[in-house]
Design a protein around this ligand. Structure first.
Ligand code: OOG
Ligand code: MG
Length: 256
């Protein structure tokens, strides 16, 4: 796009993340549209790859009505995950590394080999080796966690960290499993995997389609986060967070 300083915007967002300092929204002022925003996201993630991080997956955002309502944005979006964002199950994050971190319960897929572009996606079990409960830690780089659609896309859909619990073989049904988010042993959010596009398996079709539009292909061995099943909850220092997904078990995280 002519006139948009893709590299400059990516640098601002990257520095905001690196220094845990919020910045004002920038899409309206710079005229950034959705395609331009994905170009910024690519440059922002490239900045991480240039310092040695590796791409390890893709995440979907705003696949649930609860999230769309919470964020005031009503389109499905996607972002990229790198190895540095991954926190071991039961691991600890330093809340001070983030601006205003929130956590949300998700379902993760471990991807198998996917068909070439243009070829039909086989069955879900051909595409996915295993599934797991997961926690996504999101941290908008924008002040007050407030953004427009192009703003959040440019900001790699608020991706900051994630935890994947134990992998299980793909169960028969994934479309109506109970989901809990617990903070310090208390239930903070209750939901169902049905909240994720009616069935989290649908998120994979959307991810392949939407990322494909920008030339991004999902890879064997990648983690795919299907999107939050509930609204996100602020992460406070000292908190112990558990996401529980019926049949799949638990993922957990501590904040220092
Ligand atoms: C955008 C990311 C949304 C999800 O699971 O819906 C997301 C945000 O809410 O900051 O990751
Ligand atoms: Mg999420």
């Amino acid at each position: 796009m002519i006139g948009i300083d893709t590299a400059g915007i990516a640098e601002q967002l990257g520095t905001a993340a690196d220094t845990a300092t919020a910045i004002p929204q920038l899409a309206a002022e710079t005229g950034l549209d959705v395609d331009g925003a994905y170009a910024v996201q690519t440059a922002l993630v490239q900045r991480r790859l240039d310092r040695g991080e590796r791409l390890v997956g893709l995440k979907m955002g705003l696949t649930s009505k609860a999230k769309m309502a919470q964020m005031g944005v009503d389109e499905v979006i996607w972002g990229r995950l790198t190895d540095v964002m991954r926190v071991p199950d039961g691991g600890t994050v330093d809340a001070g590394d983030f601006i205003h971190p929130r956590v949300e319960p998700e379902v993760a897929f471990l991807l198998d080999r996917l068909p070439e572009p243009g070829e039909p996606l086989g069955s879900f079990t051909d595409a996915v080796r295993a599934v797991a409960p997961a926690i996504e830690l999101i941290d908008s780089r924008y002040a007050n966690f407030t953004f427009s659609l192009p703003d959040v896309i440019a900001d790699n859909t608020s991706a900051a960290a994630f935890v994947v619990g134990p992998w299980s073989p793909v169960p028969d049904g994934l479309d109506n499993l109970g989901v809990l988010l617990e903070i310090d042993g208390r239930v903070a959010q209750v939901g169902s995997t049905a909240a994720i596009l009616g069935d989290p398996r649908r998120a994979l079709d959307e991810g392949i389609r939407l990322a494909g539009r920008h030339g991004v292909r999902l890879r064997e061995g990648w983690v795919f986060l299907a999107g939050a099943a509930t609204a996100a909850v602020p992460l406070r220092p000292g908190a112990h967070v558990r996401a529980v997904v019926e049949k799949l078990g638990t993922a957990s995280l501590r904040a220092a």
